[in-house]
Write a protein that binds this ligand. Structure first.
Ligand SMILES: *Cc1c(COP(=O)(O)O)cnc(C)c1O
Length: 426
């Protein structure tokens, strides 16, 4: 498989863009080597600039749940674009889109659209502080919520309570107001709430963690967060930027039956265009300007092209059987991969949810960041490169999810399993 053109572009790009990329995960830093540059995509396939076709399990990190260049979504976007791409004034499309989200997501009565998942979580924190008059936030180690300052805190276990930023340049004042708990560990949350009485505005959590690899909430975890936050009169924020419209139309909150106070959305909601959103009850959302005193705005928010693509995407996802089929495809892939690893005698833990999975090179169950970190990342890097050589594009990091779309076929899965076999045994 030639990569000459990708390699040339990467060396050009590195001179004029930091690390040659516009988002760090794209640079293959944790698996090594030179990233492939993509030229086009259709359905479950991507093509790089050297003409290689690969089965894609990154799917733009989730948005392309209907596959790339879905004709219905593309037509909707093109139609909207022909009528103007941005007005900075209200449109009917925003009303249509809002209605769909409000109907689908249990916790959302009123919604505000923004342009990215980062803006959604950033605004949700501001809203929680505005509503409660408190300043501290609890997040989970290994939870990713975009690159908002207060959330770029991940601290190792010993430093967990001290709010040490995991990025340079974060104002220590922001970092200090962020407390870090362990995922799936209610006691750690309870401890922080009790040692910071009356100070915590919100607990923010991915109800299905997707950014330490896929990690599911253990029984009672989300329910426990719900009752602890009620008890301490702080808000529960579900960051459903990955799980929203992926595990079900109503997100993880509908599958687990736990209703947060504020929900953050992104990725799928824009149908491949830049959109995020946050929503809550009408009462909480009445804090948001122009209705209330919490200011939040955006020139391109509710952009008509993105709204049209989002509407088309949600309408497709709302058709009967879509999630059942996606779950079946996920199970086929995950079961198949499990079998191939077992046959090859390579230890692996495979976590999955509808349309999502991660293969951890590990022999212990992965339930939080600590156990996710105990995986053999070097082995993942070797596996990743062999998979690419065999025509399958996986996330270039052990700590990310494989995204399965509604158009990944039986044939794709068969080819993928053959590639896994060759990568492990060949
Ligand atoms: C991707 C992601 C974000 C950030 O979204 P961007 O659109 O990249 O800013 C926030 N939360 C979660 C759970 C994510 O996976």
């Amino acid at each position: 498989m030639s990569r000459v053109r990708s390699e040339q572009l990467f060396s050009d790009a590195k001179l004029i863009m930091p690390g040659g990329v516009n988002s760090p995960a794209r640079a293959w830093g944790s698996v090594g080597g030179s990233p492939i540059f993509l030229e086009k995509a259709a359905g479950s396939s991507i093509w790089d600039v050297d003409g290689n076709e690969l089965v894609d399990y990154v799917c733009s990190w989730g948005p392309m749940i209907l596959g790339h260049a879905n004709p219905v979504v593309i037509d909707a976007a093109i139609d909207a674009a022909r009528s103007g791409t941005s007005f900075g004034a209200p449109t009917e499309l925003e009303v249509e889109m809002s209605r769909r989200v409000v109907d689908a997501v249990p916790s959302i009565e009123v919604i505000r659209f923004v342009s990215s998942g980062t803006e959604a979580t950033m605004s949700a924190l501001r809203l929680a502080r505005a509503k409660t008059g408190r300043n501290k936030i609890i997040k989970f180690r290994g939870g990713y919520h975009g690159h908002e300052d207060a959330l770029l805190v991940e601290a190792g276990s010993g430093l967990a309570n001290q709010g040490i930023a995991s990025s340079s340049g974060v104002h220590p004042g922001y970092a200090a107001s962020t407390l870090v708990s362990e995922y799936n560990d209610l006691e750690s949350v309870k401890g922080l709430l009790e040692s910071n009485p009356g100070e915590v505005a919100a607990v923010i959590v991915e109800p299905i963690a997707g950014n330490m690899g896929v990690v599911l909430p253990v029984d009672g975890f989300l329910e426990g967060l719900r009752s602890l936050t009620r008890e301490h009169q702080c808000l529960l924020i579900f960051d459903e930027v990955i799980s929203g419209f992926r595990v079900a139309l109503g997100g993880a909150q509908s599958t687990f039956g736990v209703t947060p106070d504020i929900t953050c959305l992104g990725k799928i909601i824009g149908g491949g265009f830049p959109v995020g959103a946050y929503g809550a009850s009408a009462e909480i959302m009445s804090e948001v300007a122009p209705l209330g005193p919490m200011y939040q705005a955006g020139t391109l928010s509710g952009n008509p092209v993105a709204m049209a693509a989002g509407i088309a995407t949600l309408d497709e996802l709302g058709k009967p059987g879509v999630y059942q089929d996606l779950q079946i495809a996920t199970d086929k892939l995950a079961n198949g991969v499990t079998n191939v690893f077992a046959k090859a005698g390579v230890p692996a833990v495979i976590n999955r949810a509808c349309g999502l999975m991660t293969v951890f090179f590990s022999n212990i169950q992965v339930t939080n960041m600590e156990t996710a970190s105990a995986t053999d990342r070097e082995a993942y890097g070797v596996f990743f490169h062999k998979m690419v050589d065999n025509g399958v594009y996986l996330p270039p990091s052990q700590y990310e999810a494989w995204f399965i779309s509604t158009v990944h076929t039986e044939r794709n899965i068969k080819l993928t399993l053959e590639a896994v076999e060759r990568s492990l045994i060949g």
